[in-house]
Design a protein around this ligand. Structure first.
Ligand SMILES: [Zn+2]
Length: 644
């Protein structure tokens, strides 16, 4: 009787819940909500005050449970907002409220979340349970950013406008995840579809006895022909509707750029990623459309396809065990690379195999993020990157890197020059903002106005809105104090082109602008204005790819031409200083990659190396084999590896 312990899985869960829940809980409905089981109640107060009921039940059924309020007790948005304003401590300063009607959840952005989160009972008697009880809505309190992110608003708006569709989608996904298993056979294999023996178009297909899951879905922006630009889904020979899920490690284009295309061609299933990855990848995917338009190319996908991605994304916090298929459980953990970047732990079958895909990884602390997680209870196979996997890829210590950066800036400012820092919007930009703020405050960097332009502010706002994804110290500063390094008084955000005059006026100044490789974006206007003066200096803080304008400038070109307004070619003479500060990388260097494997060593049976040039992949694979005596693979694209 194969089906006995599987086919009745759903029925068993529901009946266990019904039996163990007291009638005081006033449960009106139990249903799947994607990977979770949602309990709807008319008496949320009771379940919150007796929270051991839910945790006992989770231990029993080993599934995630979420408590939702019954629609009939939810006050209208207007009434709920009024109650909220009345009951929340005034000092918290409510900046905005967002009502998610699909989930019955209000996100409240306040200026001082610490007042709500740790109410000082002597001065205010704020009570969250009371607030939920009175409004009939669940409530999430978040930090309001000083800068509004248009992209986050758009994402929220898309979610809200499609509440009904999302409700149906969640139920559909739940039915798929908790469908009966065919039998207990355990099998797992991996097809390499992109990002193996190369950097770009990261993508692989995990196939188990029961399910098919795509891990990452990127493009290679540098590739000349489409055969090398996109993941080789054609070779995998699968229909999109056979896929159970797509899991995304982080927002960068080489991991997410192909997602909208998948929806364009008819995928209707879920995407799983961390919370901040959703608005960040939306920002990056939208930017790709803009870049294509500017270059006169036809974009791969439209804004409509991006909206489909948003509607089908289920975000997960780090550390939460989530069923994503009948025989696969997923846990995302911090990868230390960019905001929301995740390693994926995939638990296959009844613990038959445990796979960790580390994706882009920083095993080492930065000012922004904790070092990547390594403490997995079990892992037999590790997939690890090798972007900086050559022997000579040893980065200086963070302190050295920061001192080099500070000294370069101080020298330029002392000579009366201006500093221009071309910077990618996500990740590096925020790290540089923090370094500048802390060294200026400590009196180690000459104080000067800092101008910020381009997508940087959008991405920064997303960092402030997701402090739980930042390094502990930084998170505490944002959540518990008024001292937020991203809101430093040294910084001026330039929102429109006519604001540039101020940044270009005589006198010392530092300007940060996108794009990071001088390939378009507002940085070009500053570069044109500053390049001819030998007192000024361009400081690169990120990798400059061959063939980009940034690389030519870095390699010492004395004259370059750029596309000016109305398509006219402009010639720029370069007399200013040019410098590259090595080491501000979101990737692990060679030593960090090897130590990461060393940390996991006792549990590992196999290491698969990807995301690097061929010789770097091979170097890491052979080093791991030599040092740890573990079986390694250094596959190319279009290979199949049997895991189990
Ligand atoms: Zn990345």
């Amino acid at each position: 009787m194969m089906q006995e312990n599987t086919g009745e899985q759903g029925y068993n869960i529901m009946s266990i819940i019904l039996q163990s829940i007291p009638s005081d809980a006033a449960i009106t409905k139990i249903e799947y909500e994607g990977p979770m089981i949602a309990l709807y109640t008319k008496n949320p107060k009771y379940l919150m005050e007796n929270n051991q009921i839910i945790s006992n039940m989770v231990n029993m059924i080993k599934k995630r449970i979420i408590v939702r309020t019954d629609e009939s007790i939810r006050k209208s948005e207007e009434d709920a907002r009024n109650i909220l304003i009345q009951l929340l401590p005034k000092d918290a300063e409510v900046k905005s409220t967002f009502f998610d009607t699909a989930l019955g959840e209000i996100t409240v952005e306040v200026k001082k979340p610490w007042i709500v989160n740790q109410p000082d009972t002597s001065t205010n008697d704020f009570n969250m349970i009371e607030l939920i009880n009175k409004t009939g809505w669940k409530i999430r309190v978040k930090k309001a950013s000083h800068i509004q992110s248009e992209m986050m608003k758009q994402v929220n708006y898309t979610l809200k406008m499609n509440a009904n569709e999302r409700n149906k989608f969640y139920k559909y996904v739940g039915d798929q995840i908790f469908r009966p298993k065919l039998d207990q056979t355990a099998e797992a294999s991996l097809l390499t579809l992109g990002g193996f023996g190369e950097v770009g178009r990261s993508c692989m297909l995990l196939t188990t006895h029961e399910s098919k899951i795509l891990l990452d879905c990127g493009i290679n922006p540098g590739a000349r022909e489409s055969l090398n630009a996109f993941p080789r889904l054609d070779w995998a020979n699968i229909e999109l509707d056979e896929l159970d899920a797509i899991v995304i490690s982080h927002a960068h284009l080489d991991h997410t750029g192909f997602l909208p295309v998948i929806f364009k061609y008819g995928y209707k299933g879920p995407i799983y990623c961390s919370e901040p990855t959703l608005p960040l990848m939306t920002l990056i995917q939208n930017d790709m459309i803009k870049v294509a338009m500017v270059e006169g190319k036809i974009p791969l996908y439209t804004e409509r396809d991006i909206k489909e991605v948003i509607k089908h994304t289920i975000t997960l916090p780090y550390g939460m065990v989530t069923d994503i298929a009948p025989d696969v459980k997923l846990v995302l953990s911090n990868a230390g690379h960019i905001l929301g970047s995740s390693t994926m732990h995939l638990h296959i079958g009844n613990g038959d195999h445990n796979l960790v895909y580390a994706a882009d990884l920083k095993y080492g602390r930065s000012q922004m993020f904790e070092s990547a997680s390594w403490n997995y209870p079990r892992v037999e196979t590790l997939i690890i990157e090798s972007t900086y996997g050559a022997k000579e890829d040893i980065m200086p210590s963070r302190e050295e890197v920061e001192m080099n950066f500070v000294n370069t800036i101080n020298r330029t400012l002392t000579d009366g020059g201006k500093v221009l820092i071309p910077v990618p919007a996500v990740g590096r930009a925020q790290e540089i903002l923090m370094v500048i703020d802390s060294y200026m405050k400590a009196g180690k960097m000459i104080e000067a106005p800092v101008f910020i332009e381009g997508m940087i502010s959008e991405a920064t706002a997303m960092h402030v809105a997701n402090p739980e994804y930042l390094a502990r110290e930084l998170r505490q500063r944002i959540m518990e104090t008024d001292d937020n390094p991203f809101m430093s008084e040294y910084f001026t955000i330039i929102e429109r082109a006519d604001g540039r005059e101020e940044a270009l006026r005589d006198g010392p100044a530092i300007t940060m602008a996108t794009s990071g490789m001088l390939e378009g974006g507002p940085v070009i206007e500053y570069f044109k204005a500053l390049a001819s003066n030998p007192k000024n200096r361009v400081v690169f803080v990120s990798y400059q790819v061959n063939g980009t304008l940034g690389r030519r400038v870095l390699d010492g070109s004395k004259q370059v031409s750029v596309m000016g307004r109305e398509g006219k070619i402009e010639v720029i003479n370069i007399n200013c200083g040019v410098e590259k500060i090595e080491g501000f990388s979101g990737h692990s260097d060679y030593n960090q990659l090897i130590s990461y494997v060393g940390k996991l060593r006792p549990k590992l049976r196999r290491v698969i190396v990807n995301h690097g040039e061929r010789r770097k992949v091979e170097n890491v694979a052979s080093a791991v084999g030599r040092i740890f005596k573990i079986h390694t693979n250094a596959p190319s694209v279009k290979e199949a590896i049997r895991l189990l």
